[in-house]
Every structure is written in structure tokens, then in C-alpha cells.
Design a protein around this ligand. Structure first.
Ligand code: NAD
Length: 296
């Protein structure tokens, strides 16, 4: 069993770290929030007083942070970069959703120092993080992928080697852009059906068994009361914040610009989430985009 430094114990990182503890690893856990650290410690993790303490002596480091600037700052450009404190043979697995260019830059900076750094963003939401059923999209060399796989297996069900460094983030940006389009489309259809007299649960079941079937209808219905245990039935608390989806759609926009890939549907979804965010809903789960369609 390995010693693993885990940095970023939020909605996703907390349950992921706990699954590593349950798999028998020694997890040195750090977050800026003491409360987040104590949740992992109560499940058997070891509290680290700083990010530096979390990575010291670790065989693997897993980071689950909000954005690229946090990852770059912490490992490379900050006052006391963690690259100065990791073991020579460490493998750093960054599971945050960040831009592919930053992931490649950090991987190159690591390579120059003989350190392993790979991108391994995830899909599956907080439910998947808790259940240990996340999908990982990995950008790494073959050797790094083989080394990371047993660790990722403790937190996920489907582990994909997308390609070289940065490829995991490219796959993630494509997936989340499609998710945003599917969620807004599902909200749009449900709202129209309900305004025309349909029961949202009945309409959801019809579309789920018909050609409109998609992930939002299957496991993340945006209409309150249709499905138990999802954010829409809990005042849109927890889950995947509108702010984070807006960030991800920004990453897709950047990628489309750099590669001249047309994304009219992704751009429209981003405009909708932007409107929803400026209406004060940035902290709600992204399925709350349904509210944008509803009569106030
Ligand atoms: P979150 O805001 O709940 O957690 C982020 C955590 O990072 C917070 O606890 C914060 O205190 C901590 N943090 C920030 N800067 C830090 C630093 N310098 N040192 C230590 N800790 C620091 O966010 P989340 O929902 O867990 O998402 C994390 C990442 O996972 C994001 O990149 C997000 O896009 C991605 N993601 C989220 C979901 C989801 O459903 N929530 C799904 C897939 C991917």
C-alpha cells in the first residue's frame, strides 16, 4: 500500500480521498478548509498541516483543485512550489479540470526535473466520487498510466488512457461541453412539457424510453421531485456548481478558438449558464439551469 498526499478535499476530492483510505492507503490530507480535512480524518486519513506536509514522503500525490491557476501555483510558480518537496520517484496525478495547455506546461516543468505529473480529470459527479465509480480520462505516457492505474482503480470504474500529457483535459472539455448542452436541452424540454400540462415524472420516463434519452434524464434529472438523491430534489445544493460548469465551458471556448473547431451549441450553452450565473445562481448545482426557463 502507498503513501498518498491528497490536496483539495472539496465536494469531489473529499470522497475520493476517503476511497483511497478505504483501499488501505495512507492518505496525508490537506485543504485550505480545516472542516474538509476533518471529514477525511474522521474516515482514517492523516491531517497534513500544509500542502508541503501532505506531499512530503508521498509515493503519489493527487490534487483536486478548482482551476489551472491553483494547480500551476501550488506545484510550479508559487512561493514554495511543491515540486521542491516531492520525492524523486513521485507520480503526481492532477484530477482537477483545467485547460490542456496548463496541464502540458506543468507536465513539461515536472519532466525537466525528473518528476512525473499526469492529468487525470474525472466524470461522474459527487455521486460517482462517493461510490468510487468515476470515469478517469488520463493524459500520460504508457509507463505513467500503468503506474497510476491501481491508484485510480480505487476511486473509479472506467479508467481511460486518452493519450499524451494534456489529452485527458481535451477529453474532459469535450465531455463537459456535451453535458452542458444535454442538461440545458433536457431542462428546456421538461419545462415546455410541464407548461403544457404534463407531469414531469411521466414526461421524463417517456423521454428516457424514447430517442431523447440522455445522462441527465437517467441519473441527474433537473426537475425537483422527479428523482431522489439528486441536487434538484435538495434545492440544488451540493453536486457540480454552475460556477464550475461555466469555467469548463470557458475551457471549451478556448480550445475551439485555438483549434478553429466550431462549437455553436457549446457557445449557446455557455451563454445560458452565464445568464444563470449573473442571476446569482453560481453556487447552485448546474441542473438548476432549469430555473432560467421557468416563470418567476
Ligand atoms: P470544491 O470547490 O468543492 O473543492 C475544491 C477544494 O479545493 C476546496 O475544498 C478548496 O478549499 C480547495 N483548495 C483550493 N485551493 C487550494 C489550495 N491552494 N490548497 C489546498 N486546497 C485548496 O470543488 P469540486 O466540486 O470538488 O471540484 C474540484 C475540481 O473537480 C474542479 O476542477 C471541478 O471542475 C472538477 N470536477 C467537479 C465535479 C463535480 O461534480 N463537482 C465533477 C467533475 C470534475
Amino acid at each position: 500500500m502507498a503513501t498518498i498526499g491528497f490536496i483539495g478535499l472539496g465536494n469531489m476530492g473529499g470522497p475520493m480521498a476517503i476511497n483511497l483510505v478505504k483501499a488501505g492507503h495512507s492518505v496525508q490530507a490537506f485543504d485550505l478548509s480545516a472542516e474538509a480535512v476533518s471529514r477525511v480524518v474522521s474516515e482514517g486519513g492523516v491531517a497534513a498541516a500544509s500542502a508541503k506536509a501532505a506531499v512530503t514522503g508521498a509515493d503519489f500525490v493527487v490534487s483536486m483543485l478548482p482551476a489551472g491557476k491553483h494547480v500551476q501555483g501550488l506545484f510550479v510558480t508559487g512561493d514554495d512550489p511543491l515540486f521542491d518537496h516531492v520525492k524523486d520517484d513521485v507520480l503526481i496525478i492532477d484530477s482537477s479540470t483545467i485547460d490542456a495547455a496548463t496541464a502540458q506546461q506543468v507536465a513539461s516543468a515536472a519532466q525537466a526535473r525528473g518528476i512525473g505529473f499526469i492529468d487525470a480529470p474525472v466524470s461522474g459527479g459527487v455521486g460517482g466520487a462517493k461510490a468510487g465509480t468515476l470515469a478517469f480520462m488520463v493524459g500520460a505516457t504508457d509507463e505513467q498510466f500503468a503506474k497510476a492505474k491501481p491508484i485510480l482503480d480505487s476511486m473509479g470504474k472506467n479508467i481511460f488512457h486518452a493519450g499524451a500529457h494534456g489529452a485527458g483535459q481535451v477529453a474532459k472539455a469535450c465531455n463537459n461541453m456535451l453535458l452542458a448542452i444535454l442538461m440545458t436541452g433536457t431542462a428546456e424540454a421538461l419545462n415546455m412539457g410541464v407548461k403544457n400540462g404534463l407531469d414531469p415524472a411521466v414526461l421524463s420516463e417517456i423521454m428516457k424510453q424514447s430517442s431523447g434519452n440522455n445522462w441527465a434524464l437517467q441519473v441527474y434529472n433537473p426537475f425537483p421531485g422527479v428523482m431522489e438523491g439528486v441536487p434538484s430534489s435538495n434545492d440544488y445544493q451540493g453536486g457540480f456548481q454552475v460556477d464550475l460548469m461555466f469555467k469548463d465551458l470557458g475551457l471549451a471556448m478556448e480550445m475551439s478558438q485555438q483549434s478553429a473547431s466550431p462549437i455553436p451549441m457549446g457557445s449557446q450553452a455557455r451563454a445560458l449558464f452565464n445568464l444563470h450565473k449573473v442571476n446569482g445562481n453560481g453556487g447552485l448545482d448546474f441542473s438548476s439551469v432549469l430555473k432560467l426557463y421557468q416563470d418567476q
